[in-house]
Design a protein around this ligand. Structure first.
Ligand code: AMP
Length: 415
């Protein structure tokens, strides 16, 4: 079923959204992108005469009730965004009566799903090495099914619209779908858009395809890097990864961030790139700091000749020029991860150069997909959000989708 075709009038819809929004110390939302992202789906259901049961997780409460992760904190913001009152169910697994009483146009927000360990379905308080772990896991999986069944009992149909958690096989993102037949479950508009954006990048690839991977570590991105090496024409590797590559060739990197146990992985990436005929673009120079702060003294060094007392925090001028040149003329672009410590205004030039080059290529017809919290923050920081083709709300989910993995949240609906 598709959300456009479904007749919501007089029906109750349970919708999994990603309302895992950042809050400040007073519980105020600091970035409401995720709430805004879910609005098209939520408003559509209400406009069509349906009633809404909204469910989400927030943070990592690890299966326990913790006030600081309560979705009650964002109830008013959700009500303001929807322009109507929102009721709140303080226990997401005991909301039968509130759900049953909902009338068309009414909205019920469930408390954080992850207050129950059943949501994630991982046994708590037992280590993987424990001989009893497998039995505990089996038991938790059974409890996860029961929990999903309770959630499903609240509604006539299920809508999956939480792309940020679509790579997880949780009760609310995937297991719940088993309790609805194919005519009563569907992806929401946000999910549809995200899936289409991934298809646009991977389906019929327009070349040259340039991917830019940055961020702090090689280790967390190696899966996607290896995968991209089978697809892209050029791969820019930047950010903290730069120094693991420099070190792997015996370079001096001062106090720069490095993964000493990943030097062979870096060399392996270079080898694979060569084998696949992919042009690997690394930063030949770095803007270095004498301490990890925005106000540190700055000096430019070759990335493989950084003296002690200095650490590379951003791509150097030569690197920035190379990045711009590599992106120029691209027809498909994927960007994940900043080129430096972009949170410091004095060390965001490399990330800005990438963002600007992507915006220029997009203006000339490229399809550009930006994903992962930090690259999205970069694009917003530099005022380039409306100059790229698509900004994904997913970090891990986007990378797994690009890797070609089937997301459990999509499979649960589409089979
Ligand atoms: P990740 O979560 O792996 O995508 O990494 C994002 C983080 O990497 C951002 O918070 C950046 O500040 C950080 N980062 C990027 N380049 C560097 C660098 N050269 N040194 C330290 N941190 C970096």
């Amino acid at each position: 079923m598709t959300i456009k075709d479904y007749k919501f009038a007089g029906k109750k819809a349970i919708v999994r959204v990603d309302f895992n929004v950042p809050l400040d110390e007073n519980g105020k939302i600091t970035d409401d992108t995720r709430i805004r992202g879910a609005l098209p789906t939520l408003k559509h259901i209400l406009d069509e005469g349906g009633a809404l049961i909204i469910m989400s997780h927030m943070g990592k409460p690890k299966g326990k009730v913790q006030a600081k992760f309560s979705l009650g904190q964002i109830k008013d913001a959700v009500a303001a965004a929807l322009g109507r009152p929102v009721q709140f169910a303080e226990d997401c697994a005991k909301a039968q009566d509130q759900a049953a009483a909902l009338k068309p146009g009414e909205v019920l927000l469930l408390e954080n799903l992850r207050f129950y360990p059943e949501e994630e379905g991982k046994p708590v308080g037992i280590e993987k090495e424990d001989p009893a772990y497998e039995a505990a896991k089996k038991e938790m999986k059974a409890r996860q099914k029961d929990f999903a069944k309770v959630l499903a009992s609240y509604a006539d149909c299920y809508v999956m619209d939480a792309f940020g958690t679509a790579h997880r096989k949780h009760a609310s993102t995937a297991v719940i779908a088993d309790y609805f037949d194919a005519d009563n479950k569907m992806l929401g508009f946000l999910m549809e858009k995200e899936v289409a954006a991934v298809d646009a990048v991977l389906g019929d690839i327009k070349r040259p395809f340039v991917a830019i991977m940055g961020g702090s570590k090689v280790s967390s991105k190696i899966g996607i890097i290896e995968n991209l090496l089978g697809k892209v024409d050029k791969l820019i590797l930047c950010g903290g990864m730069t120094y693991t590559f420099a070190k792997a060739h015996g370079g001096e990197i001062g106090g720069s961030i490095v993964e000493l146990d990943k030097l062979d992985v870096a060399l392996g990436v270079e080898e694979l790139a060569k084998k696949n005929g992919v042009e690997l673009v690394l930063a030949p120079d770095a803007i270095c700091a004498d301490n990890f702060s925005n106000d540190a003294n700055q000096k430019i060094f070759p990335s493989n000749a950084i003296p002690e007392g200095w650490e590379g925090l951003d791509a150097g001028p030569e690197a920035q020029k190379n990045f711009r040149n590599a992106i120029k003329g691209a027809k498909t672009i994927l960007w994940n991860g900043p080129a430096g410590v972009f949170e410091f205004d004095n060390f965001c030039g490399g990330s800005r150069a990438i963002g600007e080059a992507i915006a220029e290529a997009t203006a000339e017809g490229a399809f550009s997909l930006i994903g992962g919290g930090d690259s999205v923050a970069c694009v917003n920081k530099f005022g380039l959000a409306d100059k790229v083709s698509y900004i994904s709300t997913g970090g891990g989910a986007l990378l797994e989708a690009i890797e070609g993995k089937v997301l459990p949240g999509v499979a649960a609906i589409k089979g």
